[in-house]
Write a protein that binds this ligand. Structure first.
Ligand SMILES: Cc1cc2nc3c(=O)[nH]c(=O)nc-3n(C[C@H](O)[C@H](O)[C@H](O)COP(=O)(O)OP(=O)(O)OC[C@H]3O[C@@H](n4cnc5c(N)ncnc54)[C@H](O)[C@@H]3O)c2cc1C
Length: 393
């Protein structure tokens, strides 16, 4: 019989310790705030996590990291996101920029940035997308040209999460050739967002929150050492980063606070509607299966493989479920008797209407859920990766 991947005991052992820290730290936050987890920005919470060694956990010890493997990080991410902890103050640096610098950065870059990332004192944003380059990333137009031993940067990035709150961006830019050259001639640069010529304009999303931005570069002068890795190899580096972030537990848990809130309410009802209990069971069965798939991909990453196809498959399937959850719960609640008309059921009946906090959490998750399959590569782009991996195109 096929054996399912299990988290090694020494990594699973972290769970209780993390839970004991996270639970009291977030207990005062209402569910509709916790539902924002990825977007929740709380530097004090991130620094407290860092003090316990839970930021930069997978980065090398010699630069302040924890030297732990991907399974330890799997446990940490599950515990943080399933409870809706505010992770954004360290999330991008911990998950993307730190590993990128550790892998491709110079010794000086590692010594300067990684310890600060591990203390949750240095935050990063990722500058890939541009107003005319999203899915078609190879067409980026932002350009850095050599100028007296430095780089002169001009162009515009968009949808840049966190750019209004962090000091640095890792940007994918063209350092030679033209957009027609596609993957050739792209490089990655660390941009100091306080440099003259950088303008950050926040963009408000559908829910009224501000987490991403448009960032303009007008003759921004960067030092020679802003380049990460080799000139012209930015495409391969950026793709390595995207593959790394596609299949983790973060792709299953975006609607988890809502599921728990709904479940808590169902448990208060004298006779939970059968359709709702059945729907809850179906959702949990899909989540458990996807978690097993995510763990299987994690095992391959731990073994040193780069499972692009499997990671894309997990992200595509998991974001479908994450998006189905608010849609299904909304349909089920809409099918309940109209609590607004007729005599209100008494609290003591055990058949009270859905509480306001459940409805607020549902409203937020329903509005934000389209983004689940946009961030980190859209559904159509992932399906292209899957088709290519299966030799279908
Ligand atoms: C919450 C959130 C946070 C984000 N944070 C960041 C960030 O920090 N940094 C960053 O750089 N970007 C960020 N993004 C941007 C994100 O990566 C892009 O939105 C995404 O890559 C899609 O690009 P686009 O918006 O330009 O859409 P487009 O590429 O214009 O796509 C529009 C539609 O066309 C489809 N499409 C495009 N090409 C094809 C094709 N070849 N075949 C079939 N269908 C296609 C797409 O799937 C999509 O449905 C963020 C996005 C969101 C929603």
């Amino acid at each position: 019989m096929l054996a399912l991947t299990r988290i090694p005991p020494e990594d699973e052992a972290l769970r209780g310790e993390i839970r004991a820290f996270v639970e009291p730290a977030i207990s005062a936050l209402p569910a509709d705030v916790r539902a924002r987890s990825w977007m929740g920005f709380d530097p004090a919470f991130s620094r407290a996590l860092a003090e316990r060694g839970w930021v930069g956990m997978a980065l090398p010890r010699e630069y302040g990291g924890g030297g732990r493997g991907v399974f330890a990080r799997f446990v940490l991410v599950e515990e943080l996101l399933s409870r809706g902890a505010p992770v954004l103050a360290h999330w991008i640096a911990d998950r993307q920029s730190g590993p990128m610098i550790a892998r491709f950065g110079s010794e000086a870059q590692k010594r300067f940035f990684l310890p600060g990332i591990c203390r949750a004192e240095i935050g990063f944003c990722v500058g890939l997308s541009e107003p005319d380059s999203g899915s078609d990333l190879a067409s980026v137009r932002t350009k850095a040209v050599r100028a007296a031993g430095r780089w002169r940067l001009n162009g515009r990035k968009s949808w840049t999460t966190n750019a209004h709150r962090v000091p640095y961006m890792i940007a994918l830019v063209r350092t030679s050739g033209t957009p027609a050259d596609r993957h050739a001639g792209l490089s990655q640069m660390i941009v100091d967002l306080a440099a003259p010529g950088v303008t950050v304009r926040p963009i408000v999303d559908l829910t009224g929150d501000t987490h991403f931005n448009e960032v303009a570069f007008d003759d921004v002068m960067l030092p020679d050492e802003a380049l990460i890795g080799n000139d012209g190899e930015g495409w391969a580096q950026a793709n390595a980063e995207l593959a790394f972030e596609r299949s983790g537990p973060e792709r299953l848990l975006s609607s988890q606070v809502l599921v728990d809130e709904w479940f808590d309410w169902l448990r208060t009802r004298r006779e939970p509607p059968e359709a709702q209990v059945a729907a809850l069971g179906a959702i949990l069965a899909r989540l458990v299966t996807l978690r097993a798939m995510s763990l299987a991909v994690t095992a391959r990453i731990a073994a040193g493989e780069s499972p692009m196809l499997a990671a894309a498959l997990v992200k595509d399937l998991a974001t479908l479920v994450e998006q189905d959850i608010p849609a299904s719960i909304a349909d089920l609640l809409a099918g309940l008797p109209d609590f607004a008309g007729g005599p209100a059921p008494r609290e003591t009946d055990g058949d009270s209407p859905p509480p306001e906090m459940l409805m607020r959490t549902l409203a937020y998750v329903a509005q934000i859920s389209p983004t689940f399959s946009l961030r980190g590569g859209t559904r159509e782009i992932l399906r292209g990766v899957i088709a290519r991996g299966l030799s279908l195109r």
